[in-house]
Design a protein around this ligand. Structure first.
Ligand code: GLY
Length: 416
């Protein structure tokens, strides 16, 4: 059975690692990284080269293609593979609008009564600025389209709102993602995320998680792609999980069905929990990074089986069984990340850092003649499993302490 994984981050390393553990021998990854190439054959095809990926999948008779990042989903890779009769895990371009158009997702939630902060949508900067003069602060301004995780900005006063609106809609700092823009109420609480798999007609739970978006301890510093994660989320009680199932997942499946949208793939629900009530901040149409690095090592079930059920629209053969322990993932980033990440530094200590229930997931790494070097902003994600979060974080940080590269940055408070 040949499997193709698309992507090059820690999320994709965690996917490749899990399916290798499940016994899959022939794994390809496009384009992969230095850690992935120890488990899979990496092929230098870019994630948005849909024709190249399609040709490769046909040539290698790929049984299942697993898409990691959102970009190829938004470019329609699933539709292109389906036209050729290939099996691919992920939503169609239309269904991927849950992530690629925030206004689409918010309007859907409003129409079907799914709890989400109040919002207005704008296509003209003048109207957005007029509206900004009428609201209270802080508020949230969002570019409608994909902006590499940078398109959500919390503004604290009118002048900041005006400059942000101009940046997004006039200066187009996020390109066409800023043709349309949203202004949203800023709600406070604790964030968590929840992952479910859909086969187009029903869904099964994967797991809950939390990620740490800011660069520095105590949630200081700039936003990043994610500096750490844990699973399960320590913020979700069984009561809250029931509310999420009844008030969010079930109405969302109903909404997709009523709107004629066939959603196959993972749905990543970004939540804010305020006063014990869950509210949806965003949907994503792929696994989270670095949440996946904390979730997948907990999964005992066969991953390829459930992903294939989802991709083919078949009834799920089983629910997903999870280890009951906790997982904590600490991300190590390169110097200068997230503004100007420096690359080319030698990484030492990787072998010593491994151990039982410790997983070293590579992200921005490359192998130069047997020497592993930094090659991106987020370099590694070190996941450990322990009886509880405290034990898992202690184990993860013991391993982090053994890994050395010039200017490495990591948070000391993941899981605290
Ligand atoms: N951890 C945030 C994301 O994957 O979008």
């Amino acid at each position: 059975m040949n499997i193709l994984v698309i992507g090059s981050g820690g999320r994709e390393h965690a996917i490749v690692h899990k399916i290798k553990q499940d016994g899959i021998k022939n794994i390809y990854c496009a384009p992969g990284n230095a850690g992935i190439e120890e488990l899979a054959q990496c092929v230098p095809i870019k994630i948005d080269d849909i024709d190249g990926l399609l040709r490769f999948a046909e040539e290698k008779k790929i049984y299942l293609t697993i898409v990691g990042p959102e970009l190829p989903l938004n470019e329609g890779i699933v539709d292109a593979f389906h036209e050729k009769g290939l099996t691919i895990f992920g939503p169609s371009k239309q269904a991927a609008m849950l992530e690629s158009s925030k206004s689409f997702a918010k309007k859907l939630m409003k129409k079907y009564g799914i709890p989400t902060p109040a919002f207005e949508v704008f296509t003209s900067p003048e109207e957005a600025i007029d509206y900004a003069g009428t609201i209270s602060y802080p508020a949230v301004i969002k570019a409608d389209g994909l902006a590499s995780g940078k398109g959500v900005i919390i503004v604290h006063e009118l002048s900041q709102a005006i400059s942000t609106i101009k940046d997004i809609m006039e200066n187009r700092v996020f390109g066409d993602a800023g043709k349309t823009m949203l202004v949203e109420d800023c709600i406070s609480g604790v964030e968590s995320s929840y992952f479910v798999l859909s086969n187009g007609s029903s869904c099964i739970n994967v797991a809950s998680a939390r990620d740490y978006k800011r660069l520095m301890d105590n949630n200081d510093g700039p936003n990043t792609g994610g500096m750490g994660s844990l699973s399960p989320s320590d913020k979700l009680t069984p009561e809250l999980e029931k509310k999420i199932a009844d008030r969010i997942i079930s109405p969302l499946m109903n909404a997709l069905n009523k709107e004629g949208i066939m959603y196959r793939g993972v749905i990543y629900i970004g939540l804010m929990i305020s006063n014990n009530e869950p509210s949806v901040l965003e949907f994503n149409v792929r696994f989270g990074d670095p949440e996946t690095q904390a979730i997948l090592p907990r999964i005992e079930s066969d991953l390829v089986g459930v992903l294939t059920d989802s991709a083919k629209g078949k009834p799920f053969s089983d629910s997903i069984k999870l280890r009951q322990e906790s997982a904590v993932c600490v991300v190590m980033a390169s110097r200068g990340y997230p503004v100007h990440p420096q690359t080319g530094d030698t990484i030492e200590g990787l072998r010593d850092a491994s151990g039982k229930d410790v997983f070293i997931f590579h992200a921005g790494t490359k192998n130069e003649k047997g020497i592993i070097k930094t090659a991106g902003g987020r370099v590694l994600g070190i996941t450990a499993i322990g009886d509880n979060i405290k034990a898992a974080r202690q184990k993860a940080y013991r391993s982090v302490g053994k890994i050395v590269f010039e200017g490495s940055q990591y948070r000391r408070d993941i899981g605290l």
